[in-house]
Design a protein around this ligand. Structure first.
Ligand code: HEM
Length: 680
């Protein structure tokens, strides 16, 4: 199985000696460089900063830990000003921590001066290839130019129905899981790890939207490509004992070749699978596009892979600006990597915040329910879903909730840059340097690392006001003037970064967040459990249960299907009932139309609905034992192939023993109601 094994077994001593030598020589060279060359570099000497109390590790744990960072950042600003000198990992590693909006804007704009450090780029490249996240300079420019048209507003909107369908799948799956875990009595909900479920769904979304591939992770986690990506991404975020080895592996990749551990082997296995399955997908798509060109029947795929290939082939891109198939594959990997966990974390944190603020959850639900179409989702055409999304995207509270959540808990907590040449960084106000002189800019020498504190700017109480650390979506209706000075691709926050290296998937994420929130909140209520969920920065800001870090990232919430334990507000009840009654009555009328069946049935049906209908499952796609399900049964039992029920009177009860018609398997009924509820 493992191609490296025979070498190691055949000559273990030789391997060890070679390994040690190949480790020792570069290590020695590195130490010599650091002592005699790097130490002589110019430093951020004019800036003030906190004292250093440790030889290694410096201040990184203080600024990287989201449990402490808000207070640390605030104290630093008060004591040392808005641009602070901090210590990185080694004694020679002085870093700039800018918390001045003017300085940060400059750094984010000057992407040719402030690059991603080669260390992080090498780590990413080793996992997913040199796509947009890792590339720099001309390579990055070329890739971004090819990818930008794929992320246009129009192309993103075309993905809306795909995202909705996945949202519905998640809803149905959660209902099934809850049914299994509870006895279906009112008030019942199940405690679910929302983080895990959302993550499975966002993986599915990026699979289908990224390259038209069904991971089906919502249903099971066995798909080989899904496992390959998951394993690789887990290596990227895994911490612990092998931290030192991981760092050494970045500086001296040969170590990983000579001494591969289980993680390295998992990465190789994952890469092999991705290479085999995903490159086949690239070739298939290329063939479809070429065939379309030849036959004049253009291939209409909406996924990012197709769009990337189209853009790369378009005449707008000069031949020398095109990217290779390998680059295309690396970028699809990059979208998987950059777009799955970030989105699922943004959604998870939003649901947790809403669970902690039930009044806001109720208000948001009422806003969402008011837009609910009169027919079930499953019956909506793609155009109708697109127009529903247009309505959603303009909802004020939904928008406020999304940006407030991304402001308060940005999934990317901070980012790292390195100055590749000397630079002068502007500041918003003159400041007193360490030598007591007043300065109006900062000299940043080549080689300096810059720690970009994404979270610090959006939690700055001097800028956002005293409640900046709280979840207050309404703040967005009247923001302090100072907020307008903050950089950010989205809403003056750095959640999606800023400048030429900002997130290309921001529009995609908003579609995903808003569609999922819509589907989830109109079907479930989310409540806090007794577990204390805390933030930890493991590449991204992830939820953990306090004291249970070893169990991995998780966010348990009680998920209650609406209509069971959820006490709907009057506003919700009215909206839901009216819409459901309207839909059922319409369908019941169609059912009896022209069949000579009496109108009494329609009337009775409506009566049942009036009595029982609750906002349980807005598009009625599943049978339940709730009153709404009885209403569904009544409606279904009216079908012509159940003639004896034509004699039902309005006083008859439909009992548990009445067999509901299985629309999904009954061809006659299915033909009659192609868009009807699938009661399977
Ligand atoms: C809520 C969800 C998301 C958040 C918070 C987010 C955040 C970010 C941030 C902060 C960066 C800059 C990283 C850095 O400077 O180190 C970034 C870059 C990037 N993101 Fe996202 N992202 C999200 C979703 C997505 C999605 C859905 C996709 C793709 C479908 C995507 C693709 C990318 C790519 C390709 C880059 C690199 C851009 C470049 O360097 O030119 N992201 N993202």
């Amino acid at each position: 199985m493992n191609v490296t094994t025979p070498t190691v077994v055949a000559s273990p001593q030789l391997s060890w000696t070679t390994g040690l030598l190949s480790l020792a020589i570069p290590l020695l060279a590195y130490v010599v460089y650091q002592v005699y060359v790097a130490i002589a570099r110019p430093t951020l000497s004019e800036l003030d900063g906190p004292p250093v109390t440790r030889l290694l590790g410096g201040h990184m744990s203080m600024v990287l830990d989201p449990g402490r960072s808000p207070i640390v950042h605030e104290k630093f600003v008060q004591q040392y000003g808005r641009n602070v000198r901090i210590r990185g990992i080694t004694p020679w590693d002085e870093r700039l921590l800018p918390m001045d909006p003017v300085s940060i804007s400059h750094i984010m704009k000057q992407s040719l001066v402030y690059e991603k450090p080669w260390q992080s780029r090498r780590l990413i490249t080793g996992l997913i290839g040199c796509g947009m996240l890792a590339a720099e300079g001309q390579v990055h420019k070329r890739q971004r130019r090819v990818a930008t048209p794929a992320f246009s507003i129009q192309n993103m909107k075309a993905l809306v129905p795909l995202v909705f369908r996945k949202g519905e799948e998640l809803r149905d799956r959660l209902m099934e899981v809850i049914d299994l875990e509870t006895d279906l009595t009112p008030g019942d909900g199940a405690t679910l790890d929302v983080c895990r479920w959302i993550s499975r769904a966002t993986f599915d979304v990026i699979g289908i939207a990224g390259f038209d591939y069904q991971f089906n992770a919502i249903h099971n986690e066995d798909n080989e490509l899904f496992c390959a990506y998951k394993d690789m991404f887990e290596v990227a975020v895994s911490q612990g004992q092998s931290m030192v080895k991981s760092i050494l592996g970045i500086y001296f990749p040969i170590i990983n070749k000579i001494f591969p551990d289980e993680r390295i082997r998992a990465v190789s296995r994952g890469q092999e699978t991705i290479q085999r399955v995903a490159s086949q997908l690239v070739q298939d798509k290329k063939r479809k596009l070429e065939e379309g060109e030849k036959t004049g029947k253009l291939y209409e795929g909406r996924d990012l892979l197709t769009l990337l290939l189209k853009s790369n082939m378009s005449t707008d891109i000069a031949p020398e600006q095109r990217i290779s198939d390998e680059d295309i594959l690396h970028n699809i990997n990059t979208f998987m990597f950059a777009g799955s966990d970030t989105s699922s974390l943004a959604l998870t944190w939003t649901l947790l915040l809403l669970a902690k603020h039930p009044q806001i959850q109720t208000r948001l639900r009422a806003e969402l329910l008011a837009t609910r179409p009169s027919i079930p989702f499953s019956s909506l055409s793609e155009d109708e879903i697109a127009s529903l999304y247009d309505t959603l995207s303009a909802l004020p509270l939904l928008h406020n909730v999304c940006r407030e959540s991304l402001r308060l808990i940005p999934p990317v907590h901070s980012s790292l840059r390195v100055a590749v040449k000397d630079d002068i960084v502007p500041v918003s106000a003159p400041f007193k340097g360490r030598d007591g002189k007043i300065r109006d800019s900062i000299f940043v020498p080549k080689g300096t690392f810059v720690h970009v504190p994404v979270e610090a700017l959006s939690l700055d109480r001097e800028i956002w006001g005293p409640d900046a650390w709280q979840f207050v979506p309404d703040r967005w209706d009247s923001l302090p003037d100072a907020v307008a000075t903050l950089p950010g691709l989205f809403s003056n926050i750095l959640a999606f970064s800023a400048g030429p290296r900002s997130c290309i998937g921001q529009r995609f994420s908003m579609i995903e967040m808003k569609s999922f929130l819509y589907i989830l909140l109109t079907n479930f209520e989310f409540r806090e459990t007794d577990a204390k969920v805390v933030k930890a920065n493991v590449v991204l800001t992830r939820p953990y249960v306090s004291g249970k870090y070893k169990e991995g990232s998780q966010c348990p919430l009680i998920v209650v299907p609406l209509g069971r334990g959820h006490e709907e507000t009057e506003e919700e009840t009215v909206v839901c009932k009216e819409r459901q009654i309207q839909w059922f009555s319409q369908k019941a009328a169609q059912a009896v139309e022209g069949t000579g069946r009496n109108e009494r049935l329609t009337e009775m049906n409506t009566r049942y609905l009036k009595a029982y209908c609750r906002p349980t499952s807005p598009d009625f796609t599943r049978p339940t034992h709730t009153p709404a399900a009885s209403a569904i049964r009544v409606y279904v039992l009216f079908l012509p192939n159940k003639p004896f029920l034509g004699d039902l009177t309005s006083s008859d009860e439909v009992t548990e023993n009445d067999e509901p018609l299985k629309l999904g398997s009954d061809t006659a009924a299915a033909a009659r109601f192609p868009d009807g509820p699938a009661l399977v």
